[in-house]
Design a binder for this molecule. Sequence first.
Ligand SMILES: O=C(CO)COP(=O)(O)O
Length: 249
Amino acid sequence: MSRRKIVAGNWKMNKTPSEAVALVEELMPLVKSDDVDVVFCVPAIDIIPVVEAVKGSNIKVGAENMYFEESGAYTGEISPAMLVDAGVEYVVIGHSERREYFAETDETVNKKVLKAFEHNLTPIMCCGETLEQREQGVTMDFIRQQVKIGLLGVTAEQAKKAVIAYEPIWAIGTGKTATTAQAEEVCAGIRACVAEIFDQATADAIRIQYGGSVTADTAAELFAEADIDGGLVGGASLKADFGKIVNYK
Ligand SMILES: O=C(CO)COP(=O)(O)O
């Protein structure tokens, strides 16, 4: 089963609107690829200028978060319709930083995933264990729970289009990439979990990324694995290295 790779940059809370446009202009010629989907997931305030800046290229724009209600008295939040109207096609949901600092739970992740599908946004649903959980031997139990709750009520047709990002928390921003074997083991486990929830065809279609200190040096080996369909890249997505990650082959 060959799935199209997807490499997404998660800019996190970096780049002002003018800096964002400058970065897009720097990266655009470097991230040209016919066989990889490239997504820039950018801060909300950068979305409109970045959508404008990538026009005419194959690059897609993603948000880093959104709210699960349509509209109303939710000061500071951004609705799915706002994202769609601005030209966004992907949305990162349930990043570990949002779970840790902004009290997101598997239940709110699930609400957001359902709402994203309602609006035809492709969710990049994040999961991943802490170092303590890995050492306790409960990595897969924990991730299966995140995936199962996150996808509650999602149809097989929707799930086929979804992206799941496996991001071990201990590997995020630490320079400590999971070994290729560790990353593949969990990504394969996630795919098996998706097959249990839905069916094999859905498991074969869903795309699973690895994220956590991916660099130009580690991308090729990681992305060559059977169950790793690309990466969700933090730090390295803010520099020219991102071009090397997209063109990892
Ligand atoms: O959290 C990440 C992407 O969402 C990974 O970040 P780093 O690539 O900086 O480790």
